[in-house]
Design a protein. Structure first.
Length: 657
């Protein structure tokens, strides 16, 4: 409705002033006047009635012989006028009837005054006093500012009455007749023109203000939609990882400042890989959506945040100070999923329905000054639940003697990760959108704990950044990517994610130059991805490092564009070679509004002159959407999962064949 109305307003603003108004806009204008002018019209009517009565003092001076009759008539008409106004207001009469009442009362007041004043014996005085009838025209056209049709009709009636008395009074003096008659006619024409002009201007003000309001609402809606997309998981509709991270930080700050405790509950779908392999990925997605809905319905209060933490893992942030309440809510969530009784015949146990394992930790039970520690302990509890019997709830217990300080252990593991050879790289293909050929790969770091379990990058990367270990780890990743991928010419380019800690290191650019020299790799085959969340604006050390890297010939990419608030300032501060549009915008193209937003973002990036990379392509339909918009490169599970260098070489041979 709003876009159509905005277009109609634009057309109306281009219309000639004397042309016919749009009926739709005219009706809206009338409704607007009803709301804006009813109250002010009431005040104007009361003032006019009081002024009309007050002119009785002038009658007493100028036409004293009929002043009693004139003052009495003024009192009666003025009071009836005010009382009738109040009655119409009380009955909630429309503005049109109030204006008609105003015009009728003014014409009546003028006529009665002329009749009584015309009978005075002070003929010479009346000949001058007669000119006061123009006051009634001024009141109708300027003071009340009635709609033009009513103003023109009532002004014409007053002019007619005035002209009758003008002929009777000035028939003996042609000069005075011309002077007063000209005064009547010029006042009549001028005040009517002013009235028409004011009505036209009010209508134009209405059109412009309405158009501005529509544009403002559209901007607010677009901003809200962008915010929802950047904080909402496209599959389940729950909060995504970014929104969860913000909620965790907010709850943790409140806990540190006001001791309002909260809990983190991690929920993992049991044997979900087996479910996906047997029923297919589409059914797997439906399963995740059903689980998200069941958990949402199980939470009957607003003291929680529920989100998708990644893959088949969900997270619940719960405002609570009681282990008993935490256990109750966690068990309630577990039962809600089990009660759906979704078949899962590939399970190795005897459940044969979809279930979840739950691990939780309470902030008051976890020592430390970082929220990551709380998530780590909840993850430990979840790990215990999955190792026990699954489909159960485990809560971190600080008094349990079997608990160890895994956070400190993990910090030590990260510090020694290079020496212990616990790091590895996997590579995800980036393809030309139209040809489908591999244009490059993205190097992704993996960390394996001594137990053989993969530790999420969301866990070990922050620890590596906090301890400074990210600098040697990052240089190792760059060296391995150059050696593994760029040692031959089959893959044109490799991109590596870099941390702000690395970019702030004064020797980072020199270290990169040394790696390129040692491996013999051309700099333009290496790209560094910088997340949009990194605040570049005003960071001189980071900008200087990026400038040095570009001088080497290394390409700089902006990652996760559109999910934060720094994207445009990044593009302004740094010359990027490519911009990666976050997957959430592509996944939202299932709706017309999402498609329009995706097109707008692609157009925005294209206008910067950067190459466009769209990540998160998981279906052929999504690939078609990207292809129709002729984006340069695409990346996602539909085009290739993260894989080892050996598997990648087999893929290259397969593509070549």
């Amino acid at each position: 409705m709003q876009p159509a109305l905005a277009e109609l307003i634009d057309t109306e603003l281009r219309r000639h002033r004397l042309g016919r108004r749009s009926q739709t806009l005219a009706d809206l204008y009338e409704n607007s006047r009803e709301q804006l002018y009813s109250k002010s019209t009431r005040i104007s009517l009361h003032i006019a009635g009081i002024v009309y009565i007050a002119f009785g003092f002038v009658d007493a001076v100028l036409i004293s012989d009929v002043a009693a009759s004139s003052i009495t008539a003024r009192l009666v008409i003025g009071l009836l006028y005010i009382l009738a106004t109040e009655a119409l207001i009380h009955l909630k009469a429309r503005l049109f009837f109030l204006e008609c009442h105003c015009a009728l009362a003014t014409v009546t007041a003028c006529f009665v005054w002329l009749c009584i004043a015309g009978s005075t014996t002070h003929t010479e005085t009346f000949t001058h006093y007669l000119t006061y009838s123009i006051v009634f025209m001024l009141g109708l056209n300027v003071f009340f500012s009635l709609r033009f049709s009513i103003a023109a009709t009532s002004s014409t009636v007053i002019l007619f009455f005035s002209c009758i008395y003008l002929v009777s009074q000035y028939s003996q003096s042609i000069e005075l007749f011309i002077v007063v008659g000209t005064l009547y006619l010029s006042t009549y024409a001028l005040t009517l023109f002013v009235n028409w002009k004011l009505n036209q201007e009010r209508y134009l003000v209405f059109l412009n203000s309405t158009g501005a309001e529509i544009r403002r609402n559209e901007a607010i809606e677009r901003g809200a939609a962008l915010l929802r997309l950047s904080t909402t998981d496209s599959l389940t509709g729950l909060a995504n990882r970014r929104a969860i991270d913000d909620a965790l930080r907010a709850h943790w700050m409140t806990w540190q400042a006001a001791a309002r405790s909260f809990a983190v509950v991690l929920v993992d779908v049991d044997y979900f890989k087996l479910y996906n392999d047997h029923y297919g990925h589409q059914e797997g997605d439906k399963c995740l959506v059903a689980i998200a809905k069941a958990m949402s319905e199980a939470m009957d209060d607003d003291m929680h945040t529920l989100g998708r933490f990644g893959g088949e893992e969900f997270i619940l942030i719960l405002r609570t100070s009681s282990r008993e309440h935490l256990a109750f809510v966690s068990e309630k969530v577990r039962r809600a999923v089990e009660a759906m009784a979704l078949p899962h015949i590939q399970r190795p146990d005897s459940a044969f329905v979809v279930t979840v394992s739950v691990g939780a930790a309470l902030s008051s039970d976890v020592p430390g000054t970082k929220v990551e520690r709380l998530v780590t302990e909840a993850d430990r509890a979840l790990y215990n639940a999955k190792n026990d019997k699954r489909n159960c709830v485990k809560i971190y217990d600080k008094s349990d003697p079997t608990q160890t300080d895994i956070d400190e252990n993990l910090v030590e593991l990260v510090r020694t990760s290079l020496a212990q050879e616990r790091l590895s790289l996997v590579y995800q293909p980036i393809r030309h959108t139209l040809s489908g050929q591999i244009a490059g790969v993205e190097a992704l770091m993996r960390f394996i704990a001594p137990t053989g379990k993969n530790v999420s990058p969301a866990v070990f990367i922050p620890i590596a950044e906090r301890t400074g270990t990210i600098i040697p780890m990052g240089l190792w990743a760059i060296y391995r990517a150059c050696r593994d991928i760029l040692s031959d010419a089959r893959i044109p380019m490799v991109s590596v994610n870099v941390s702000p800690v690395q970019l702030r290191s004064q020797s980072f650019a020199l270290s990169v130059a040394a790696i390129l020299s040692e491996t013999g790799v051309m700099p333009n085959r290496l790209a560094f991805e910088i997340t949009e969340g990194l605040q570049i604006e005003g960071q001189r050390d980071i900008i200087a490092c990026l400038t040095d890297l570009r001088s080497l010939g290394v390409k700089i990419w902006l990652d996760d564009f559109g999910t934060g608030f720094a994207g445009l300032s990044c593009v302004r501060e740094v010359q990027f070679d490519a911009v990666k549009i976050d997957r959430s915008f592509l996944h939202a193209t299932s709706s017309p509004k999402g498609q329009e937003m995706f097109r707008s973002i692609v157009a925005l990036v294209r206008n910067t002159g950067c190459a466009i990379v769209v990540e998160g392509v998981e279906t052929s339909d999504q690939l078609n959407v990207a292809a129709k918009l002729r984006v340069d490169y695409t990346q996602g599970y539909h085009l290739g999962r993260p894989q080892s260098v050996e598997t990648l070489r087999e893929l290259l041979e397969s593509d070549a064949a």
